[in-house]
Design a protein around this ligand. Sequence first.
Ligand code: B12
Length: 273
Amino acid sequence: MAGTLSLKECAARLGVHYMTAYRYVRLGRLPATKVGVEWRVLSIDLEALLAVAAEPPSRGGVDWSARLEDRLLAGDVGGAWAVVEAALASGLAPMGIHVDLLAPALGRIGAGWYDGDISISEEHRATAVATKIVGRLGMRFSPRGRRRGRIVIGTPPGERHSLSVAVVADLIRGAGWEVIELGVDLPIDEFMFAVEKSAPVAAIAVSVGASENLGAARDLITAVKGSIMAPVVIGGSAIDATTSAGLGADGWASDGRAAIKAIAALGGGSSSS
Ligand code: B12
């Protein structure tokens, strides 16, 4: 079609990943018409978007999360880290990178996978980049000084969303707690062994990403409650307020910032070291 471009051509002109250009279409930022199996964009509409993109972004007006998502989807480790560094330089705290940039970016990628717009391999590639970002940023969450108490964090058996545990563990550590980080997919008796060895424990944090692990989460919480006098705080993609109550948890939070508050409210602030 004369005067039109494919989405791939638009992505190249905009300097973004194909999936980002596709997201612009879905969000209505880039008008497009489907012709057969292909999206076509009027040159005039692309020029209009390019003109907006060329405007110098105000410091607070940059969509860092979208930029990070774009680099994650491109499998670009260096580019993703550059976005993180630029966001930090603009004044965002490391907690903001985790809670406001990375988690929403991965959330959108997960939604894209669910809708069939993003393949499993693209999601895995993005997650591989995110894992490196989390590893590198982790060093920023180790405040000096006396700890507020000890928190054990892990998942029920079967759970594989290790990135969520790593992120929330960092945030809790950054808030001044000593964190015993058990990763994912630990048998319940091993989890309990670690909890008992870590006594005294101010709170247990349990992350559940997939609903298929809710039964195992209930078993884990029952085991914890039957053994030690520490509150259980729960969170993750598979959890909301109702699920949390049904599983017997003492508290829950929908994101990392609220997680810190929930842990402080339930775990107190006594020092164990
Ligand atoms: C990456 C990913 C994977 C990777 C994980 C790799 C890894 N090493 O971590 C892999 C490919 C292994 C995977 C597998 C699966 N996944 Co997956 N995955 C994701 C994805 C895209 C990102 C997860 C992530 O790391 N997010 C970044 C973290 C930081 O964000 P977060 O988890 O939301 O955590 C925040 C809050 O939830 C909260 N929080 C998290 N934990 C805790 C704990 C406590 C105590 C508190 C208070 C708060 C809290 O604070 C965090 C920071 O704000 C999500 C999409 C999404 N919405 O998140 C899907 C998603 C979680 N996965 C999903 C599914 C369905 C699966 C599979 C079942 C797919 C399949 N059929 O195989 C399997 C399940 C595997 C298993 N048994 O656990 C669904 C879950 C839906 C549901 N309710 O069940 C999601 C939501 C995708 C979707 N939109 O459908 N996945």
